[in-house]
Ligand binder design. Structure first.
Ligand SMILES: Cc1cc2nc3c(=O)[nH]c(=O)nc-3n(C[C@H](O)[C@H](O)[C@H](O)COP(=O)(O)O)c2cc1C
Length: 365
């Protein structure tokens, strides 16, 4: 397959972003996040402020090709009809299974695949996958070659190194030599997990490597970037960057990808939470049983920075169904709104300073 067709998906991403701007702009993506970036949350983020690219949670290639296990990954790979097609992220260590899983993805309608070579999780490493591939570049290369024999453009997401960030000088050229469509670099070593600050000081060297070895490969930078504005500032400092990936920033601000940032009302936040509840029910009924407990991690995204927020979250932690959540929201939000003069137009952040009011509202019950 020609390189042109292979990279059609990414060419289109870049073109779409460029069409709206005179100067070079990066594309923005929401990072793949296990147990977070499923079809439900991707659609909520699309409603709040859409990135240019979405990724699935990572999915194990062996499970995809195994006749008995393949149904267990269906939930991860589900894409709604009205949703923008995400990039499928996969992980594994067996080149044959990687190639097989990519054919399955292509049949499902996926247009691009990303291979995880950065996951620090112990179980993934024990399976010679994720960041372990940084220590085993021969296997990493075999995986990339097998993936590229398929019909989808192949990208790789990795870290700077396993033990030390400086390993990137040997590691990244190995990937670049395979002319992957996109190389996403999470600017930390495996050992640093997500604790050390991202190493922006290495960006220029990475871009120079790309220019020399694989000028057509897009470089996407990831790590500690919380908003579109921060991403744009980073690209202004390092104009060779093609894409910016945001992960945990979305937990602090569901509007992280907003082009013209503005304040958002509590009412808007609650509408996002309600959308999440509705889509959770829809997917549970039509695709795969979703575990209610997993929903609880999202409450803090929407219910923060206003009076009563933490008390309200506390109440929601004791719920067991979406119906219970909706009941509590209806009851408690009426009190929150009644307690502030400006009714539903209280702002998430503005109201944060009066967080103590949460307790007083609660005590008035
Ligand atoms: C809850 C969670 C789940 C994650 N799952 C994945 C994953 O499935 N695949 C992956 O490549 N990275 C995963 N990551 C890493 C993120 O994609 C990203 O590289 C990391 O969070 C650094 O970016 P940030 O500082 O913008 O959050 C995960 C991170 C978090 C916080």
């Amino acid at each position: 397959m020609s390189e042109l067709k292979q990279n059609f998906f990414w060419d289109e991403v870049v073109e779409k972003v460029q069409n709206n701007h005179k100067s070079k702009q990066p594309f923005f993506s929401m990072a793949p996040m296990e147990a977070v970036t499923d079809t439900v949350f991707r659609r909520v983020v699309a409603k709040a402020a859409a990135p240019d690219v979405y990724y699935t949670e990572f999915t194990n290639a062996s499970s995809m090709v195994h006749p008995k296990a393949k149904f267990s990954v269906q939930g991860r790979l589900a894409v709604a009809e009205d949703e923008q097609q995400p990039v499928a992220q996969i992980w594994g260590s067996r080149p044959k299974e990687i190639a097989g899983s990519i054919e399955i993805l292509a049949d499902m309608g996926y247009q691009a695949v990303d291979i995880n070579m950065g996951c620090p999780d112990g179980t993934v490493i024990k399976n010679s996958s994720g960041s372990d591939l940084i220590r085993h570049p021969d296997l990493a290369e075999k995986i990339i070659v097998a993936a590229q024999s398929g019909s989808l453009p192949v990208s790789v997401k990795t870290r700077l190194g396993f033990y030390k960030p400086e390993e990137f000088r040997e590691w990244l050229p190995i990937i670049l030599r395979h002319q992957v469509a996109v190389l996403t670099v999470h600017l930390r070593s495996r050992k640093e997990m997500s604790k050390a600050p991202a190493h922006y000081e290495h960006i220029d060297e990475i871009l120079a490597m790309r220019d020399e070895i694989a000028p057509n490969t897009l470089i996407q930078i990831n790590g500690d970037i919380k908003t579109r504005a921060q991403g744009i500032a980073l690209v202004q400092e390092h104009p060779g960057i093609d894409g910016i990936m945001i992960g945990r920033g979305i937990f602090e601000n569901p509007y992280a990808f907003e082009k013209q940032p503005r304040q958002h009302t509590l009412e808007e936040s609650i509408a996002l939470l309600n959308l999440q509840l509705d889509l959770f029910d829809e997917v549970s009924e039509t695709v795969t049983t979703k575990h209610f407990e997993a929903l609880k991690r999202y409450f803090k995204i929407y219910l923060r920075g206003f009076a009563h927020a933490s008390a309200l979250r506390q109440m929601l932690m004791d719920t067991h169904t979406t119906t219970e959540v909706r009941e509590i929201l209806t009851r408690e939000l009426a009190k929150v709104y009644a307690a502030v003069a400006d009714d539903k137009h209280i702002y998430r952040d503005n109201a944060a300073a009066s967080a103590d009011m949460a307790l007083s509202v609660n005590k008035q019950k």
